[in-house]
Design a protein around this ligand. Structure first.
Ligand code: PMP
Length: 459
């Protein structure tokens, strides 16, 4: 009790943080002169820090996660009730919320069939990589073991997930990496790599070129984000996905869609791939599944993939030889079920489409006003604005200037994001991902803050 009372004194909390917490993503030297940021409370779209300052959160908990907003008592209650009844059992056992959530999820994903639980986006993707490797061993005589990933995409923080990072700055200090991960070009038309009319098809053809170079009999899987997140909010151009699907079919390459960011409503449909009529073999998801109220991730497969792991009575190793300890936590699916109910009952997919359109049109107006805004793009409530020093050459602004825009918005009480030390020389895209509950006023306040910040930083 004494510890808790002591911790209610916010200056003690901040000092404990400064002394002992190793923060994600930032250099600690700055905490010699400024306090580490500690977020104390949240309600709806707003959070309050240890100094009592109120912020409008335009990034859903920093990294596109709190889709249904803060302070949801019904999720807390669902988790509480479940924890009291049965908090955890792992290994080969299932659970009540795990079974029901899997059924509900699959109802939203025609063509998909099986849900494998774990607890982070990285882990969900690693499960795909392990499944692909096991399929290679069992069905292709050890061939088809390579995994293609795309420049500017990101699939997680573990060493194998980083082997598939299309963001060099995230990976550059952590090699050597495992073999068999091969990069294909990105598809951002604003940063053109080919001077052609059908850019989407051309960018997809580049994947075919890599498959042919590597040898189709060596390539087992292609993993892609439906809309690239931390790599700069890249909405694939028209024609891209149709061609990608054809190529995968032609060369018998399994298609894995990383919905860790786009999944569960972010783009205005349940899953980003559903905007494009894609038929994936694997879908991974994490952040929005339970909006950060519990740690949960899912690797969802088709029945055909599941069938490839069918028991062979002569081989006791003929199953997916994997476990995730905390894949047995029932808090995850209990929170996920209530999260899904909220999205349905509050019509949050429709709201996402409407608010996304408003936000995009506000950003377009900023582009008309500020020549530093070179490109704006987005799908649903997942948006980006790329800042350039020169519109003709598209030379990116210095990353310090992009960060100054973020800091200015923060001073105005609005938290926005920016591509963060991930792409050398290209950390110049402001990122927005407000909760799916955003109102027109919230959206206008966010873009007004950016407007003011651009004026102050660039004149
Ligand atoms: N995939 C994508 C597209 C992501 O953006 C992230 C995290 N930012 C991950 C995977 C990894 O998720 P986690 O941090 O939960 O491991």
């Amino acid at each position: 009790m004494e510890g808790m009372n002591q911790m209610n004194d916010m200056s003690a909390v901040v000092e404990a943080d400064r002394a002992h917490v190793w923060h994600h993503l930032i250099q600690h030297k700055q905490f010699e002169t400024i306090d580490p940021r500690v977020i104390v409370e949240g309600k709806g779209m707003k959070v309050w820090d240890a100094k009592g300052k109120e912020h409008l959160d335009a990034v859903s908990g920093g990294v596109w996660t709190v889709n249904v907003g803060y302070g949801r008592e019904s999720i807390a209650n669902a988790v509480r009730d479940q924890l009291i009844k049965m908090n955890y059992f792992a290994g080969a056992a299932g659970s009540v919320p795990g079974s029901i959530f899997a059924k509900r999820l699959i109802e939203k994903m025609p063509g998909m069939s099986r849900v494998y639980y774990s607890n982070s986006g990285s882990e969900a993707n690693e499960k795909v990589y392990k499944m692909v490797r096991q399929i290679a061993h069992r069905h292709h005589g050890g061939k088809k073991w390579k995994i293609l990933y795309r420049d500017r995409d990101y699939h997680g923080t573990t060493i194998a997930a980083l082997a598939s990072a299309g963001q060099d700055q995230r990976a550059m200090q952590y090699g050597p990496f495992p073999d068999g991960f091969v990069r294909v070009p990105h598809c951002l038309e604003y940063r053109k790599q080919w001077d052609v009319e059908n850019y989407g098809e051309r960018a997809a053809d580049a994947i075919e070129e890599v498959i042919l170079r590597e040898g189709p009999d060596t390539v087992g899987c292609l993993i892609l984000e439906p809309v690239t997140a931390g790599g700069g909010v890249i909405v694939p151009p028209k024609g891209y996905w149709e061609r990608v699907q054809e190529i995968c079919k032609k060369y018998n390459v399994l298609l894995a869609i990383d919905e860790v960011v786009c999944g569960v409503g972010r783009t205005g449909v349940w899953f980003g791939y559903q905007n494009y009529g894609i038929k994936p073999d694997f879908v991974t998801m994490a952040k929005g599944v339970a909006s950060g109220y519990a740690a949960i991730s899912c690797t969802v497969t088709t029945e055909a993939v599941f069938e490839m792991f069918k028991d062979d009575p002569t081989d006791p190793m003929s199953y997916f030889r994997d476990i995730s300890t905390f894949g047995g936590c029932t808090s995850g699916p209990a929170a996920a079920l209530e999260n899904m109910r909220i999205i349905e009952d509050e019509g949050l997919l429709d709201n996402t489409v409407k608010m996304g359109e408003r936000c995009l049109s506000n950003l377009q107006a900023l582009m008309d006003k500020h020549k530093v805004v070179g490109d704006v793009r987005g799908k649903g409530l997942f948006l980006g604005a790329e800042l350039v020093a020169d519109r003709a050459t598209k030379e990116p602004v210095d990353e310090k200037q992009a960060q100054a825009v973020v800091a200015d918005c923060m001073a105005q009480g609005v938290i926005i994001g920016v591509t963060n030390r991930s792409l050398p020389g290209l950390n110049n895209t402001l990122c927005l991902s407000p909760a799916l509950i955003a109102t027109p006023d919230d959206i206008d306040r966010i873009t007004d803050a950016i407007d003011g910040a651009l004026t102050r930083v660039f004149g």
